[in-house]
Design a protein around this ligand. Structure first.
Ligand SMILES: Nc1ncnc2c1ncn2[C@@H]1O[C@H](COP(=O)(O)OP(=O)(O)OP(=O)(O)O)[C@@H](O)[C@H]1O
Ligand SMILES: [Mg+2]
Length: 283
């Protein structure tokens, strides 16, 4: 690998205090400019892993480096690494309510730049650009708490984009979005990827997977990493998808004959984001 590693995780383990493991011996590396999916069933550890990558939680065992430096609690809190890391990595939470806390959308977008002591005029200009980019100029004066789920998601992403992070951690970014908003978000992510931003996206949406990532890290329900492979290979590995409960076997009876076949969301469209329930595509 010639690209510099953004993250290197070596045998990461993590448990919430008083609970069993949420991640058990997970190892992988992510290079600059990659589009990687964290794939796994509910509770497999995707969100937990994103919190570790964002330096919000720290491993109980194993090591994690970011931009070639150990990502420890002490370092994340100390300049120059800490502020540089925070400015470089943006985390779109699964629940937007957890990251929107200002009185208006405009203040939400200004928050991080003000911490970084940007001049007011520059903040205003960048706010105009980012709101226009995400088609939410009309939301500028609104209270984030009063917005719809999809609107909140866009505002949260807009706030992250203000400081032009080079890495985005996205936790189920398409969940709860209508088809048009999903398409818009995917276009945005494509553009960010094309401009060199590294994307790490947690999802269990197999239909959107090829639009979100080129490579998938698959977590089992035992919180171990069971695959690290191109998205296309993972989508064709029915045994793996069954084993980690991302598809389920559907049994039904025709007369005396019981048919058993896996169900999943089909990946079929070049541009569409249809999610008809169907069978794994063959190719
Ligand atoms: N705050 C917490 N305290 C205790 N256990 C937690 C906490 N948050 C998550 N867990 C547990 O850690 C494991 C991993 O949870 P996590 O939220 O990372 O899963 P996930 O893959 O993101 O799931 P989902 O698809 O539902 O978002 C689960 O067993 C969950 O119950
Ligand atoms: Mg989650």
């Amino acid at each position: 690998m010639t690209d510099p590693a953004i993250f290197v995780a070596d045998q990461l383990s993590f448990a919430y205090p008083g609970h069993g493991p949420s991640l058990a011996g997970v190892s992988f590396a992510v290079a600059a400019g990659e589009r990687v999916a964290l794939l796994g069933a509910n509770g497999s550890g995707k969100s937990t892993l994103l919190h570790l990558l964002d330096g919000l939680y720290f491993p109980d065992a194993g090591t994690l480096t970011a931009f070639g430096e150990a990502l420890t609690e002490a370092r994340v809190e100390t300049p120059p690494f800490g502020p540089r890391f925070r400015a470089s990595v943006g985390f779109l939470f699964q629940n937007s309510d957890a990251q929107l806390f200002c009185a208006t959308v405009e203040e939400e977008l200004a928050f991080a730049p003000l911490q970084l002591r940007w001049p007011r005029e520059e903040i205003r200009r960048r706010t105009d650009d980012v709101l226009a980019l995400l088609h939410i100029l009309r939301l500028r004066g609104r209270a984030p708490q009063t917005l719809s789920t999809g609107e909140k998601k866009r505002v949260a992403l807009a706030a992250l984009l203000m400081t032009a992070p080079s890495v985005l951690l996205l936790d189920e970014p398409t969940a709860g979005l209508d088809p048009r908003s999903q398409a818009l978000l995917l276009e945005m992510l494509d553009e960010l990827h094309a401009s060199g931003v590294t994307l790490i996206t947690a999802t269990h949406d197999l239909a959107l997977l090829p639009h979100l990532a080129d490579r998938a890290l698959v977590l089992s329900e035992e919180h171990t990493l069971v695959a690290d492979a191109p998205v296309d290979d993972v989508l064709h590995d029915v045994d793996l998808l069954l084993r980690v409960n991302l598809i389920h076997v559907h049994a039904h009876r025709h007369g005396d004959v019981v048919h058993v076949h896996p169900h999943q969301h089909v990946v079929a469209h070049e541009h569409g984001h249809g999610d008809g329930d169907g069978h794994p595509h063959e190719g």
